[in-house]
Design a protein around this ligand. Sequence first.
Ligand SMILES: Nc1ncnc2c1ncn2[C@@H]1O[C@H](COP(=O)(O)OP(=O)(O)OP(=O)(O)O)[C@@H](O)[C@H]1O
Length: 898
Amino acid sequence: MLCSSTEEVTPGSSSEAGPSSSTVTPHNLTDYRHVIRGQQDPPSSSVLLTSHGSDDVRNSLCPGSSTATDTGAQATVFTDTTPTGAQRQLNITGRADRISSSVGSSVFSWSSNTPHLRATPALLHHGPTPQRCLNMTTSSSASASASASHAASVIVAVVEGRGLARGEIGMASINVKCPELVITKLHNLMPLEVLMPDTASVKGQGTKLYNLIKETFRSVTFTAVMRKYFNEKKGLEYIQQLCVPEFSTVLMEVQTKYYCLASASALVKYFEFVQNSIYAPKSLKVIFTGSEQTAMIDAISAVNLELVVNHRDHRSKHTLFGVLNYTKTAGGERRLRSNILEPLLDVVTINSRLDTIQELLQNEELFFGLKNAIAHFLDIDDLLSALVQVPKQETVAVAEAKITQVIQLKHILELVPSLKVMLSHSKTALLEAYYNSLEDSSYTKGSLTMRTQKCYAVRPNVSEFLDIARRAYTEVVDDIAGLVTQLGEKYGLPLRTSFSKTRGFFIQMRLEGGVLPGGTLPEEFIKVTRQKNNYGFTTVDLMKLNDHCEEALKDIFHMSYVVVSRLLSDIYEHIHCLYKLSDAVSMLDMLLSLAHACTVSDYVRPEFTDTLAIKQGRHPILERISGQQPISNDSCISEGSNFVIITGPNMSGKSTYLKQVALCQIMAQIGSFLPAEYASVRIADQIFTRIGVDDDFETNSSTFMVSYIIHNASAKSLIIIDELGRGTSPEEGIGICHSVCEFLINLKAFTLFATHYLELCQLQTLYPNVENQHMQVQHVRTEDGRAERVVYTYQLTRGHSEERNYGIRAAEITSLPSDIIQEAKTVAATVGQKLWAKHYSDPATVRQKAVYRLATRLLQTARNSRLDPESLRHFLKGLKRQYEAEIQSAAESVENEE
Ligand SMILES: Nc1ncnc2c1ncn2[C@@H]1O[C@H](COP(=O)(O)OP(=O)(O)OP(=O)(O)O)[C@@H](O)[C@H]1O
């Protein structure tokens, strides 16, 4: 068994000395030296500092996702349903929905020669280099639903059909996994910016789709793009030009997805425009995902269930994501998050994940070895994202960024062999497939690594001019050091050379005694700053040398850039390897995280049948919050008993139980173990929740969700409805609940329906597939013996609640006069008797129900049973006895009532 703690090895740190003077240790300079001097193996932490200042690269998340099969095999990459994390990929999706369009006017436009920008696109605020841009985006515009580490960085283009194609929606996103249903999936993408055609979005006359998206994503920037840029022909051309050849089968899939292609064209054009760079040919991973591959969880349900965001505190980790997240990489974290929002449907894929988790749990060495190997990876997607952009202009900053990317690439590639060694110890199909996918990659055969190595930090003798420029730089740095030494001797002062990004080289002096000899500084020392006893200044000569230094550096960067660019064009040929690596690392990280979660709590591997049967299930988040085991409960929903009505007084645990079932379902479908003693799950294609909000039928807020469920639920859905009708009058509430129940009862979906209206429990006698259950409570007398107090057991039991007079009991504890309470009880009892008297069933109905139950149980047994013949015979005999007893007791109870 594994323990919950894991060791984490951080990359080593630089021990690099200054260029010419032992006193010069500016950070930037140290970083440059890695590039300039061509060290063999720069320590990785220095590399991190080079590109991101003091920030750890792994913390600079750029959410995105890649889609790849769990097998990691290239041939099946497109069929995967898994939302993941590749940063630089183009996702395309299409969906027919019934949303109409209308007209508007343009806000953002290009002309063929001079780009003309009239709006302020979100990306333009974020600095020149792609990486920095994305990182800043992360912090500046987190969507409401995002935790800091998952903030928005995805741009989505959406277009809807017109004329005959009205209702069809095409969507393309850069970086992320694509959605099927626009709102939900947009929610999953957490877009930073949404592009829509000007004709759909202006002058207060936006289309329904536009208004809906705008309403849902209040903090997201909307950019109207001229309709002509949503051009499907161009979209197809872009994909042909940009797609990595290994992923080009996507062309077959998208050829007729006109609106997707149109969105893709607007998106690519826009992105290149605002980034002032173009995508390198054959460098993008382009994916098309269809709706059939993942389960649908609408945005409201995701919020209700606290899948990735906590209700009360958006930063809190008390969410399903928080419970399962032990990932080590940004890609793994993104992948887990998007999987939770889009669980899988394919049992084979889910089982292969579960097999892997099981192996990780049984093989400690593999678990810790892989975890350790994974923890060193930088954000591959982030790097990919930067690598595939070819800047339109060459500036020092651009050159510096590209060189940094190459260094990061080298760091990442160096980690591959140890990852492969660990994977070679695995026995499960999934890990083997990932091992093979890395094995196939040409970088592992050395070509890419060799080239990177060669170019990394641009070694001497690669470029003659570069060598000259470097020598010039080193000489200037030596001159600076000499100048400062001379000045120190001349004035008898303890001067030393320093460097800062803003000042360049300057002189520093610390006076121990606190008083200057002679009272003032020599006149040639200018631009003096002082902090206590620390002086900083420069001289005219030093400033001139600084300028020389800058010039030399610029030359070095430009020349290095030329070499690096050559290298990058080689890298593009192998870019698919990086996509595969990113896929492998993020998936492994996610599976390790899920395995880790099993070591923290007692989880069980689910199996998949046509029944939802959970023994002693627990609420995963409640369990984590309370630090102690919550009360566990059994759940059983099957084809013959697929509509469960749950009653119980306030605070008895109904909502918690409902959410528990939904969360366990989601956990099972992402391939996680779950908190129970045993679990059998039926794959749900959609999970709907409508949970505890006051219903205001005038503003339509409640009916929206219910009608959404009614219109979209299928036979394979899981529906959770809690307190429908709350906030309305009892008559209205019961009426609405009744009709909604009657509709849902006729579906084959699994439904859990919690309510305070005990009247609904009669549905059990009318429909054989309805089952009543309730949250048990106990009543104890208060200490003075005057009233009763309710003790919650949180225990779910068959039958309906008897807590009809809960309100009266509550009143008992107050100071209401006892005769009033007595009167209330009498009235309630009479009304209750009358109501229940109406609900008895005639013998024929009772019989039919027993027959129905027997038939469904037999069917279920035929489909799922793994019993040996003897046990099966025994089981069937039991069923027969139960059936006879049901008929007998039902008949007796009817006689009694008569
Ligand atoms: N299985 C459980 N084990 C331990 N504590 C629980 C359990 N279920 C619920 N609780 C606790 O009881 C509180 C009330 O639960 P919950 O909100 O689910 O009740 P409810 O019946 O839905 O209430 P209401 O009808 O007022 O909405 C929760 O905040 C939780 O802390």
